[in-house]
Design a protein around this ligand. Structure first.
Ligand code: PMV
Length: 329
């Protein structure tokens, strides 16, 4: 069985996935749209142990052996591949992120995308892209979008087979930048996995879901026309609506830190001053600033002046998963 290495990019959603209709298969309440990132990615090497000597999956993440719940979550994903192939071998998995895991960039998206593709290929299982997207979704919902490059739509669907992502536009369609302002590196106290289950406890949830579905064709059109002035207000509104749902769930989730609010105010002021930049925030305190390529240096300069910004990461739209011969072991 060949050792297989795959690199997959993370993604940033313009219309968010928040809340599950069926938690067992990460069936979302609404469809979502994202951009796959070129400069924030996970590389994963998988080898199935045909000798049968390995008693359990041996997983190393960012040079540390993975244990406990995190290891169990990845082993469950490897079980899904074992179920598809009928094989019982354990796997050796080594995985590396090129960005700090707590930087507010979804490492689960790139991680489960890379693991799904590498795990299947290493097992000689050639699934078509839609089936790979569905498999990745079982690991982490947003991972199904990282199966494709550029600008991606995840159709909510009705079941495991139909809730899959597909590409809308390739990465070179629009040189849109994601400038990530890191305000905290602390690990989240509530994982997004847990948060999705709470969404329906918020009275605002049904409104957000309806608004998100209405916004999808507008976002798609704005991307088609490379129209940041049309896209920006919608992505800000959707991020704020998602955080309103989080804050008003039972128990309430509050991911923002003072730095989050400082940046949101600053972005609004920079826009008034003529810099075209918009914000979105995932399940964490860090803020993603979307702007045209030519404005990215100015956005970085503006961020450098804010006391709460600890670090800045910059990414362009990137490709879908890529195979590599540079194995990690
Ligand atoms: O795939 P998860 O369970 O990590 O959920 C991701 C949720 C958000 O990042 C907040 C939104 C999204 O659509 O990526």
């Amino acid at each position: 069985m060949p050792k297989t290495t795959v690199r997959a990019g993370s993604n940033i959603a313009f219309i968010k996935y928040w809340g599950v209709a069926d938690a067992a298969i990460n069936l979302p309440l609404n469809s979502s749209i994202s951009m796959t990132l070129a400069d924030a990615h996970t590389t994963t090497t998988v080898e199935w142990d045909q000798s049968g000597r390995l008693a359990e999956d041996a997983i190393t993440l960012d040079r540390q052996p993975l244990t406990g719940q995190a290891a169990a979550r990845l082993a469950r994903h490897l079980d899904r591949i074992r179920d598809l192939t009928g094989m019982t071998w354990r796997a050796r998995v080594v995985s590396e992120n090129n960005f700090p895991m707590a930087a507010g960039i979804a490492s689960s998206a790139s991680g489960f995308a890379a693991l799904s593709v590498a795990g299947c290929l290493a097992a000689g299982l050639n699934l078509e892209p839609g089936a790979l997207s569905a498999l990745a979704r079982l690991g982490s919902g947003s991972a199904c979008r990282s199966l494709f490059g550029g600008f991606v739509l995840w159709d909510r669907g009705d079941d495991h087979e139909t809730s899959i992502a597909r590409p809308l536009f390739p990465p070179d369609h629009w040189d849109l930048y994601d400038v990530v302002a890191v305000v905290s590196r602390a690990a989240k106290t509530v994982s997004s996995e847990g948060g999705h289950r709470l969404a329906q406890t918020s009275a605002l949830n049904a409104c957000r879901v309806a608004q998100a579905e209405q916004a999808l064709p507008l976002v798609r059109q704005a991307i088609a026309e490379r129209d940041l002035a049309a896209l920006g207000p919608i992505l800000e509104q959707d991020a704020l609506a998602m955080h309103a749902v989080m804050m008003t769930s039972t128990p309430g989730l509050f991911y923002w830190q003072p730095g989050t609010v400082e940046i949101i105010h600053a972005v609004r002021q920079w826009r008034t001053d003529g810099l075209e930049v918009y914000f979105t925030v995932d399940a964490g305190p860090n803020v993603h600033l979307m702007c045209a390529a030519e404005d990215a240096p100015a956005v970085q300069t503006c961020l450098a002046a804010l006391a709460s910004v600890q670090d800045v990461l910059v990414s362009r739209p990137g490709p879908g998963p890529l195979c590599s011969e540079d194995h990690l072991f």
